[in-house]
Ligand binder design. Structure first.
Ligand code: ACO
Length: 335
């Protein structure tokens, strides 16, 4: 069975943080940030908003566009590295939407998460037994940012985007080709490590019984990144993975209607487009408004481009995610 894309939606938090505002906290400037990254603004969770809230809002819009009821969804894939619950938030999204028949689980692959979710959803449909699949990318990296580190805090924002895949009766598939990679050796360049807070006897909170200590608790450190290495990795690996996916699809760069990359940095978008010989007017970019929203960035940009009439039915897009892990990959899709 093939699948088609029948709906999309997106949601972002209320609170907007401009470059000027950030420069009151850290030694930076609007000029530095916009010249090096293209980012001017980002939206950040506040007032009790959650990743689940954003995921639900974006999914409702996608359901509306697809003209589907929540009960018609068979599978909910929540692509996130920042769930509201350590055990995952997909089931909460399923509950809030009322997708009562659906299996729901999280996919964690940092900024590659959404593209991986899209391919996973289409494979479930291909395998049979699943008709309508909701794929949501939602993240709130703002929760793990060190707001005193000007090298990282300027980059990230929060958001969510969703799409719905539906089984087709014919062989036609919206997924024309894909390619994925991981390299754990690159973890040192980008991570937010889970650490055990080891306690000694007598420390506040230490739980002991004679010589025996109960296991310590875990905490997550802030995002640590070697920006230059991540930049080099993206500019080298993203054109390669797109090229591989294009070959599988039997297409070439100039055949594409749109290049829709993970929205990390305008300079990465420009460099990848140049390598693939895709003209700037075919590159979708909204990162100036939202920054890097991790797994949300691709469906968020797709939703805006579809709703403003830029991306039209039948258009072919190359999507690619890249980030922590390291993970990277691409999918050539027909809208
Ligand atoms: N404002 C002002 N100056 C700054 C800032 C800032 N916000 N940040 C760094 N600088 C300074 C540095 O201290 C350094 O000063 P020095 O020359 O006196 O030492 C100088 O600017 C240059 O710093 P670099 O880090 O070399 O700057 P670079 O040109 O590499 O740009 C950036 C940094 C924007 C982070 C870039 O490397 C980048 O975008 N990399 C990719 C990052 C990325 O996309 N990460 C997300 C991956 S997705 C995921 O999985 C989460």
């Amino acid at each position: 069975k093939g699948s088609k894309l029948i709906g999309c939606g997106s949601a972002t938090p209320k609170l907007s943080i401009s470059n000027e505002y950030l420069s009151k906290f850290v030694d930076t400037s609007d000029e530095w940030i916009s010249v090096r990254t293209g980012i001017r603004n980002r939206k950040i969770l506040s007032d009790g908003e959650t990743v689940t809230d954003l995921a639900v809002k974006s999914s409702k819009k996608a359901l509306e566009m697809a003209n589907l009821k929540a009960e018609e969804i068979d599978l909910v894939l929540l692509c996130t590295s920042t769930p509201d619950d350590l055990f995952g938030s997909a089931a909460q999204v399923q509950r809030e939407l009322g997708c009562n028949r659906a299996l729901a689980f999280d996919i964690t692959a940092a900024c590659s998460g959404f593209v991986l979710g899209l391919v996973t959803g289409s494979r479930f449909i291909k395998g049979g037994g699943f008709e309508n699949v909701l794929v949501v990318g939602a993240d709130a990296l703002s929760r793990y940012v060190d707001w005193t580190d000007r090298g990282t805090c300027i980059l990230f924002g929060d958001g969510a985007g969703a799409v719905i895949l539906q089984a087709t009766s014919d062989e036609q598939d919206c997924l024309l080709g894909f390619d994925f990679h991981s390299d754990g050796n690159g973890q040192r360049h980008l991570h937010a490590l889970v650490r055990s807070t080891d306690k000694k006897p007598g420390d506040e909170g230490a739980v002991s019984n004679g010589d025996v200590f109960l296991p310590s608790r875990a905490s997550v450190s802030c995002i640590q990144m070697n920006g230059k290495e991540v930049f080099r990795f993206a500019v080298r690996c993203v054109p390669e993975t797109i090229q591989t996916a294009l070959e599988e699809a039997g297409l070439h760069g100039p055949d594409l209607d749109w290049l829709l990359l993970h929205q990390a940095n305008q300079r990465i978008l420009d460099a990848v487009a140049e390598r693939l010989q895709i003209p700037p007017e075919r590159v979708i970019s909204n990162l100036s408004n939202y920054g890097n929203t991790s797994a949300a960035s691709i469906p968020l940009a797709l939703d805006e481009a579809v709703r403003c009439g830029k991306v039209k039915p039948g258009d072919v897009l190359a999507t690619a995610g890249f980030g922590a892990g390291l993970t990277w990959g691409s999918a050539i899709v027909r809208w």
